[in-house]
Design a protein around this ligand. Structure first.
Ligand SMILES: Cc1cc2nc3c(=O)[nH]c(=O)nc-3n(C[C@H](O)[C@H](O)[C@H](O)COP(=O)(O)OP(=O)(O)OC[C@H]3O[C@@H](n4cnc5c(N)ncnc54)[C@H](O)[C@@H]3O)c2cc1C
Length: 398
């Protein structure tokens, strides 16, 4: 499709956030919605490269946006998958402890889950054997009954198809370049006159927001999430759902875990390795003029932020499959190094940093400009939350 001259709402970014907002607006009766996506396909970045876990709301502070959207978002996304014949694995998940010191965090997670309305139990080793025979824990584990897994690529394809049917214009290979005048946006396919703009540009959302004079004290830093796969036939490949470690609650990352994907393969990952470009998936590809700024930002955080320092010291070695293996082995009964096989699955988790406090922003951040709204920090579990968040955003601007 080519770029029209005018629209009511222009959405920048064809990831799950942009597409679900377009859908929610359309279902509210808004006409003339245009989505621009810089790639030739939708879902090429985080939305097509994630674990597909529909989180149940066990990690998040009760007053956070993550907690607010997670349960409803998961239900809406699962209902959407059922309605359109897409796979949903209702597998549940266990969070397992490695030692006594982690038992307190299991208790804290239980309390947070209850506050957030998630359906969880604390179980002992015997119950764990029944729930997830291949997992192992120190004395107690948290069992989240409602965690599920969907196929993110299939969801993205269906959303794209549905929007086409609803009459939403999705213009691919079209870059947002800047704001020409208050209601005139400059793109790689020319100018468009807009009433309202929604920024859902994922790992570039900070840059887009800055062009509207919004969110100037924040930038996004990229972290690479690599995965390995469990060999078919290995004990770990028989994992039925999700096995997660107890997380470090100072950081937004959940730790390397086992996830059974919708196609039945069991993955180990993702890591959260600080990397050198917003789309630096492999080797030097995706590094560019920004690499120096990313490096100097990372150095500053390394000095000032203890949680980040821990991530920077522990995660990069997981590039080596043996180190990833050593970490993963602590969560399960049987795992040999030869049970791991290489996976090409890799995603970038862009994490918002607030530079006045040198902190990693833990929650989603949604900021408004004069005629614009910006979804900053659409980190995990934003795929889970997307439909609920989209409904609220659509209501807030109609
Ligand atoms: C490894 C990994 C595992 C994850 N696991 C889970 C999980 O299990 N469960 C869960 O709920 N969440 C998970 N997440 C998080 C989830 O994938 C993201 O939060 C979500 O996909 C973010 O969606 P988005 O639309 O904001 O970003 P994206 O999918 O990145 O979409 C943004 C789009 O904007 C486009 N864009 C950027 N700049 C411009 C521009 N200037 N002009 C036009 N277009 C532009 C990009 O090309 C991109 O397609 C995971 C993420 C990663 C990386």
């Amino acid at each position: 499709m080519t770029l029209p001259k005018n629209c009511n709402v222009l959405i920048i970014g064809g990831g799950v956030i942009g597409l679900t907002i377009a859908r929610a607006l359309k279902l509210k009766g808004v006409e003339d919605i245009v989505v621009i996506e810089k790639e030739e396909v939708i879902g090429k970045h985080a939305s097509g490269r994630n674990s597909g876990v529909m989180h149940a709301g066990i990690y998040y502070q009760h007053d956070s946006l993550k907690a607010k959207y997670c349960r409803e978002g998961s239900q809406l996304m699962q209902a959407y998958c059922h309605e359109h014949g897409l796979k949903v694995l209702k597998t549940g998940k266990v969070v397992v402890a490695k030692n006594e010191s982690e038992l307190n965090t299991i208790k804290s997670l239980y309390e947070r889950s209850k506050q957030n309305g998630a359906n969880v139990s604390i179980i002992d080793e015997k119950n764990l054997k029944e729930a997830e025979p291949e997992a192992k824990t120190f004395e107690k584990a948290l069992w989240s009954h409602d965690t599920a897994v969907i196929d993110p690529k299939a969801v993205m394809a269906k959303l794209g198809e549905e929007l086409l049917g609803l009459g939403v214009t999705v213009v691919k290979s079209c870059w947002f370049l800047g704001v020409n005048k208050p209601h005139q946006i400059l793109t790689s396919q020319g100018k468009i006159h807009v009433k309202y703009v929604i920024n859902a540009a994922g790992s570039y959302a900070d840059k887009v927001a800055h062009a509207f004079d919004v969110g100037k004290s924040y930038t996004l830093l990229p972290f690479k999430g690599v995965y390995q796969k469990c060999q078919a036939g290995s004990a770990a490949s028989r994992i039925q759902g999700n096995v997660y470690p107890v997380p470090d609650l100072r950081n937004p990352f959940l730790g390397v875990h086992f996830t059974k994907s919708a196609d039945g393969d069991v993955y180990i990952g993702p890591t959260a390795i600080p990397c050198f470009g917003r789309e630096n998936y492999h080797g030097l590809k995706g590094m560019g003029t920004e690499t120096f700024n990313i490096l100097s930002g990372s150095m500053k955080l390394f000095v000032k932020n203890e949680g980040f320092r821990h991530v920077a010291l522990t995660e990069p070695k997981k590039y080596l499959s043996y180190c990833l293996y050593r970490d993963a082995k602590k969560l399960v009964q049987h795992l040999d190094y030869k049970d791991l096989c290489k996976s090409h699955k890799v995603g970038i988790r862009s994490q918002l940093v607030h530079w006045s406090t040198n902190s990693l922003v833990m929650d989603f951040l949604i900021e408004k400009g004069a005629h614009s709204l910006h979804v900053l920090n659409a980190v995990s579990p934003a795929f889970t939350c997307s439909m609920s968040m989209a409904q609220e955003i659509a209501s807030s601007i109609t």
